[in-house]
Design a protein around this ligand. Structure first.
Ligand code: A3P
Length: 283
């Protein structure tokens, strides 16, 4: 758990992030050209990062170690991020920070992705199991982890608070609010939407040559292509617990009890009353 002195916010971050890293991350001043990829864990962050990277790099082949070159605000901290020289490209920065803690700049861009909490929880369960060497919970039981998840006693705090606070800014001109389910159901439309948000020049590039770059981006960000890449945390994860795991909508049905599914639905309804987040997965 780390504490932010300025806001009083306390937050649980993965063990690899110390209070020192956190303090350093809070010092980072966003540049006009920065692109932040923001999310609560397990909602499609890596997918959105990949799409964003591909758009910014005009569909170029994804380098094997490219996730290493994309800093995570809370792990890498201010000095390391400032030291990155991306040349002509905007800096892409990943973060699971809640809205309040993300460095603000009216010209920088903030992409936020979210996902049905039932699938996000199941994905988190497999994530923690796969990162046994990093998390302090060793091989957690799904029902024990559920009890912590529903109370927000997990990495990045309560799913619903994170979502609510970002959702309140969904119409800010420099925020693009995305649903994992929309990207899954209509990736073409969502990739074009992201490109347009990043800048007309990116959208134009995607459409050139009868949309050749768009096709390349769709292929290189597809589940099968990403699963086949070896760049995903292989040092930590055993082969039978891949980071790019299943990538579907509704996997919760295979893992959650009726009570657990209802509990997450109820929590969404309660938190959605005023904020409107309960309607996000109505369609
Ligand atoms: P599952 O565990 O349900 O498979 P994050 O990057 O925020 O940790 O999210 C990880 C989740 O996104 C995992 O979900 C992973 O499989 C899924 N994912 C990653 N790339 C994907 C892609 N190209 N298409 C669909 N899902 C993807």
């Amino acid at each position: 758990k780390v504490k932010d002195e300025a806001t009083g916010i306390e937050i649980v971050l993965p063990g690899a992030c110390s209070q020192k890293d956190f303090n350093s991350a809070r010092k980072y001043k966003a540049k006009d050209s920065d692109v932040f990829v923001c999310s609560y864990p397990k909602t499609g962050t890596t997918w959105l990062l990949t799409i964003t990277w591909l758009i910014v790099h005009h569909g170029e082949e994804i380098p094997k170690n490219y996730t290493d070159s994309i800093p995570t605000l809370e792990f890498d901290g201010c000095e390391n991020i400032e030291a990155i020289d991306d040349g002509e490209f905007p800096r892409i920065i990943k973060t699971h920070f809640p809205y309040k803690l993300v460095p603000k700049n009216l010209k920088a861009k903030y992409l936020y992705i979210t996902r049905n909490p039932k699938d996000a929880f199941v994905s988190y369960y497999f994530h923690v199991r796969g990162f046994n060497s990093v998390y302090h919970w060793k091989n957690p039981d799904l029902s024990n982890l559920y009890e912590l998840y529903i109370k927000g006693e997990v990495t990045s705090g309560l799913f619903f608070d994170h979502l609510k606070n970002w959702y309140a800014h969904r119409n800010d001109p420099n925020v693009l609010f995305l649903l994992y389910e929309d990207v899954k159901q209509d990736p073409r439309n969502e990739v074009l939407k992201i490109a347009k948000f990043l800048g007309d020049e990116y959208e134009k590039k995607l459409k050139m040559d009868d949309g050749k770059i768009l096709e390349i981006i769709l292929e290189r960000s597809s589940f099968s292509h990403m699963k086949g890449m070896s760049a995903w945390h292989t040092t930590y994860r055993p082969e039978n617990e891949p980071f790019i795991r299943k990538g579907v909508i509704g996997d919760w049905k295979n893992h959650l009890s009726t009570e657990q599914a209802d509990g997450l639905d109820r929590a969404l309804m309660e938190h959605g009353k005023e904020s409107g987040i309960s309607k996000l997965w109505d369609k």
